[in-house]
Design a protein around this ligand. Structure first.
Ligand SMILES: Nc1ccn([C@@H]2O[C@H](COP(=O)(O)OP(=O)(O)OP(=O)(O)O)[C@@H](O)[C@H]2O)c(=O)n1
Ligand SMILES: C[C@](O)(CO)[C@H](O)COP(=O)(O)O
Length: 225
């Protein structure tokens, strides 16, 4: 099966703050994105890797391992995450790709094993994505006060990579009006079944300033430091 990986990294990282978009900020001495790309290089069976970037970031992207050598292809993103994914899916049209993994560049701790089990789940469904069951109690709050509780049964925190049969997710994106939080939402809007795969607590998305330190601690643990 021919598999492509799409790594979306065209966002501006406004919630993370800093002088650079979060995916370009350093994490253990390298840009966040360098860690993400390294995880996909270590994953088995990915034949093409597309990195979706903001046009302002082209020079930075050209400095990443794999880009100059041609093993990582650059695609320009759009104004929203789903527009960025769509650009990359369209760039793969007609290339004989059968499966696609779509991953946030801002999740640098993705493990090759998680990538493998997400892909494997495509045997039984046209889509598959990792998620972590909600384990904490859930409240509704207003004005700094708890105003209610929420049943957590059947609730999951969604992660990436999200994997799909390529032609199915391309058609789903073409039919979608836009504004989806992730590709599972796009797939479901087109009627595709998506299997839930066991996610990993460490596969965090760098979203807020404090996430850099947390990600560095996890990287150090993984390296046995
Ligand atoms: N127009 C966009 C918006 C987001 N993304 C990517 O989608 C992933 C998940 O999005 P998010 O964490 O929301 O990133 P940002 O949009 O950059 O963050 P913020 O909402 O804080 O600005 C990130 O890797 C981001 O770069 C993208 O490729 N194109
Ligand atoms: C795709 C995603 O990472 C799934 O968790 C997420 O929906 C995108 O980021 P946001 O923080 O919801 O904007």
């Amino acid at each position: 099966m021919t598999t492509a990986a799409i790594i979306v990294a065209a966002g501006r990282g406004t919630r993370a703050g800093g002088d650079l978009p979060k995916q370009w900020q350093p994490l253990a001495g390298q840009p966040v994105l360098a860690h993400t790309l390294a995880a996909f290089r270590a994953a088995a069976g990915v034949s093409r890797t597309l990195l979706v970037i903001h046009p302002d970031d082209r020079a930075r992207a050209e400095g990443l391992a794999g880009v100059a050598e041609g093993s990582v292809e650059l695609v320009e993103g759009g104004a929203s995450r789903d527009a960025s994914v769509r650009n990359a899916l369209e760039a793969l049209a007609g290339a004989g790709i059968e499966r696609v993994l779509i991953h946030d560049g801002a999740r640098p701790l993705v493990a090759p094993g998680l990538i493998a089990r997400t892909l494997a789940a495509l045997e039984s469904a046209p889509g598959a994505a990792p998620a972590v069951p909600v384990s904490d109690a859930l409240w509704r709050g207003e004005g700094g006060r708890v105003v209610g509780t929420q049943d957590r049964t059947g609730l999951f925190r969604a992660q990436t990579p999200q994997a799909f049969r390529y032609e199915a997710i391309l058609a789903a994106h073409r039919a979608h009006p836009g504004g989806a939080a992730d590709d599972v939402e796009v797939a479901r809007a087109a009627g595709l079944e998506v299997a839930i795969v066991e996610g990993c607590e460490d596969n965090l998305k760098v979203t807020y300033p404090g996430d850099f330190a947390r990600a560095e601690r996890l990287l150090a643990l993984a390296a046995g430091l």
